[in-house]
Design a protein around this ligand. Sequence first.
Ligand SMILES: [Zn+2]
Ligand SMILES: [Zn+2]
Length: 245
Amino acid sequence: MFSRLLNWSQHLRARLPALLPSSCALCGCDSSATVCEGCRTQFFAQRTHRCARCAMTLADASASECGDCLKQPPAFDATIVATDYAPPADRLVLALKFGSRLELAPLFAGMLRDAMLNAPKTKLPQLLTATPLGRRRLMERGFNQALEIARPLSRALGVELDARLVMRQRDTQAQSLLHPDERRKNMRDAFSVRPDAIDRLRGLHIGLVDDVITTGETLNELAATLKRFGAARVTNFVFARTPQK
Ligand SMILES: [Zn+2]
Ligand SMILES: [Zn+2]
């Protein structure tokens, strides 16, 4: 009971800044927008040519997929990202995740919508969901940052969100702490589809929302799970992409 109360107060505190006059989360100038127009132009206006499947930066403008995806295609079909996970976007990601700056989530969603519009070949998914957080991590943090991004993205794209489509079967170790060889093993059978959602999943194009993609192992396992249960296609919507796997 106490932990539930504590969680609720964390939740309230996290939502409060959105109600107060704000300053730019990057340069600190007075701004009603979460990130001011100047910072958006300076840091996020540049378009990058990326692998259509995993969103890795591609030097060859005529290539549509990276060598890794061509060699060993992941279970997901496409990835939309808004920016690289590099300064200053990494600060925004950390501020949302660990600083509870939930007002950043609609900004991330807006940038993802813009990125989607700039990738004309990408098809709109029929249903959105978010990478689920383990129970323990959800208790500690009080919110799931991926779901916080998915809610405004669902509204921006006009695509229904099923927040609990996929469940985490168990708490996994943080992927960033593991050796690359151990990451796939760590994620194996980590997810399952909610039993009453299995029927509606069949044949659908699912949009998976997350804050950061690094090796893509978590999203690969999620997409593999969705497809095992009948999803026809999976597109990832991820705010930031680590430039190296
Ligand atoms: Zn600024
Ligand atoms: Zn790729």
